[in-house]
Each structure stands twice: as structure tokens, then as C-alpha cells.
Design a protein around this ligand. Structure first.
Ligand SMILES: NC(=O)c1ccc[n+]([C@@H]2O[C@H](COP(=O)([O-])OP(=O)(O)OC[C@H]3O[C@@H](n4cnc5c(N)ncnc54)[C@H](OP(=O)(O)O)[C@@H]3O)[C@@H](O)[C@H]2O)c1
Length: 252
């Protein structure tokens, strides 16, 4: 069964661009209150203006570095204080850095692990009491890279395998209390870039490397997030969003 998101509250990390910004927009379009978090405050303020103008949405901007656990706790508290609770947390903030393991700087490794793993842990831990209260939905943005080996960035891939493992295991721990969904996109036309080695290697963001129609659009990922959040009760454990020929690349 589908439920309305009108008046519900969604917290979106990494909302200053790409999938996160599109997801915030999709929740606002569906009548939800939106709490947008990322480090670039001016981007978040511009998004707030857009969503207020387009949808008369209630938007809270909370500049947040997801690697800072106190900041993430403050984000969740600010959301609950402004809107009285949290119905959806979208753990979306994520980065890629480096490529070859043998040449990878420790800093690149730590950046991926702290943003992609620690950040999702901090936000999940802080939001669990509110999601229990609302019987809401916890969404993780995983990746195709978290389902199949990725020769051109094993650490990024491993962080996304972690995401899926964490999501499934949290789901096992919380049982029927609230829903947990992982969305696994392949290449999405955003500011995300993989500048190291391999088939997509380029400092150019994916939105410039791929023409419309050649990869997944951020709005399509946002629609999948909203679909998951609307299910009541939700039985959406994972959704994979790939180009239709994506799996043919695995044919060695
Ligand atoms: N694009 C793809 O092909 C693709 C495919 C599969 C999965 N994904 C995943 O989708 C998610 C979103 O990526 P995207 O494609 O939308 O890329 P994007 O446009 O580069 O967006 C990344 C977002 O993460 C935020 N972020 C980065 N470090 C952060 C930090 N320390 N604290 C808070 N926010 C931080 C950025 O905001 P600030 O810089 O303002 O902090 C930005 O809003 C990531 O988890 C990514 O791994 C992407």
C-alpha cells in the first residue's frame, strides 16, 4: 500500500548536489518537510529558496560534515526540533577518491571510509529513535560498485559493500520497527567523478561525461527513494537502477 508523504519529514545528507538535491526536491514536491545537510551552505540555501518557491515547502538548512559525529547529532536534533520528528533519513553523502590500492594515499582511503561509512553510521545511530517512533524509512544510497567487484577503485567499492552490509544488518536488528531500503545506482549524471583509472576515469563529472539517456538521472534515483518511502508497510529491501546493458559488461 502507498502512503502520502504530505507533512512527513525527510532528512537528506549530501543534499547540496546530485542525487541528494534531487531527492530533497522530490520529497518537497510530495508535500514533505525537508531537512537538507551537506558542507556547502550556499548550495543548501539556494536549494531552500528553490523548494520554497516551487512547492511552498518547509525546508531546514543544516550545514553538516557527516564525518563529524557531533555535527550529525546536531543535524538530527535540529530536524526533530523543527518538525517534531523524523519519518525518513536518506543516507546519501558519499565520495570517491584515488584508484589503485598500491598507489592510494592514506588520506584518500580515510576520506572514502569516513564519509561513506562513518557518516552513514553516525546519522543512522542518531536517527534510529526517531525512525522507531515514526515507524519510518531509512534509505541508504549504495551502488552497483557495492554489488560487484570494481577493479578501478576497490576502496570505494568496499565502502559501498559496507553500506549494503550495514543496511541489511541494521534491518535485521530493528526488525519490524521501521523500514530499511538500499538503492544501488550505476553511473548517475551528477557532479560525481572518478579520477583515477578504469572505464570512467576522468576529472570530468559524470553529468558531463554522459549525455542525457546514456546514464541514470539523479531524478530517477530520487523517484526510487520516494517510492520506497511511500510503501506502507514497506517490503522494499533493495532497488537496483542500472543502464539496461550494464550487466553485459560483466561478461568476461
Ligand atoms: N553518481 C554516480 O554515478 C553514483 C553511482 C552510485 C552511487 N552513487 C552514490 O550516490 C551518492 C551521491 O552522489 P552524487 O552522485 O549525487 O554525487 P555528488 O553530486 O558529488 O554529491 C555528493 C554529495 O555528498 C556531499 N558530501 C561529500 N562529503 C561530505 C561530507 N564530509 N559531509 C557532508 N556531505 C558531504 C556533497 O556535499 P558537500 O560537498 O557540500 O559537503 C554532495 O552534496 C554517493 O553516496 C555516491 O557514492 C553515485
Amino acid at each position: 500500500m502507498s502512503q502520502s508523504l504530505d507533512g512527513k519529514t525527510a532528512v537528506v545528507t549530501g543534499a547540496s548536489s546530485g542525487i541528494g538535491a534531487a531527492t530533497a526536491e522530490a520529497f518537497a514536491r510530495n508535500g514533505a518537510n525537508v531537512v537538507v545537510a551537506a558542507r556547502r551552505e550556499e548550495r543548501l540555501e539556494a536549494l531552500r529558496t528553490d523548494l520554497e518557491t516551487a512547492y511552498d515547502a518547509a525546508v531546514e538548512v543544516v550545514p553538516t560534515d557527516v564525518t563529524d559525529e557531533d555535527a550529525v547529532d546536531a543535524l538530527v536534533d535540529a530536524a526533530a526540533e523543527r518538525f517534531g520528528g523524523i519519518d525518513v533519513l536518506v543516507n546519501n553523502a558519499g565520495v570517491a577518491a584515488g584508484s589503485d590500492v598500491e598507489a592510494m594515499a592514506t588520506e584518500e582511503y580515510r576520506t572514502m571510509m569516513t564519509v561513506n561509512c562513518d557518516g552513514m553510521f553516525f546519522a543512522t545511530r542518531a536517527a534510529i529513535p526517531y525512525l522507531r517512533e515514526s515507524e519510518g524509512t531509512l534509505v541508504f544510497i549504495g551502488s552497483f560498485a557495492g554489488q560487484y567487484p570494481r577493479p578501478f577503485n576497490p576502496v570505494y567499492a568496499a565502502s559501498k559493500w559496507w553500506t549494503r552490509g550495514f543496511a541489511k544488518s541494521v534491518s535485521a536488528q530493528v526488525g519490524d520497527d521501521f523500514a530499511v531500503t538500499t538503492i544501488n545506482p550505476a553511473a548517475v549524471r551528477t557532479e560525481f567523478a572518478v579520477d583515477g583509472a578504469g572505464e570512467f576515469s576522468s576529472p570530468e563529472p559524470f553529468k558531463e561525461q554522459f549525455a542525457p539517456g546514456e546514464a541514470v538521472e539523479p531524478e530517477e534515483v530520487a523517484d526510487a527513494v520516494v517510492f520506497a518511502a511511500k510503501q506502507s508497510p514497506s517490503m522494499v529491501s533493495e532497488l537496483d537502477l542500472y543502464d539496461r546493458d550494464k550487466l553485459t559488461l560483466l561478461d568476461g
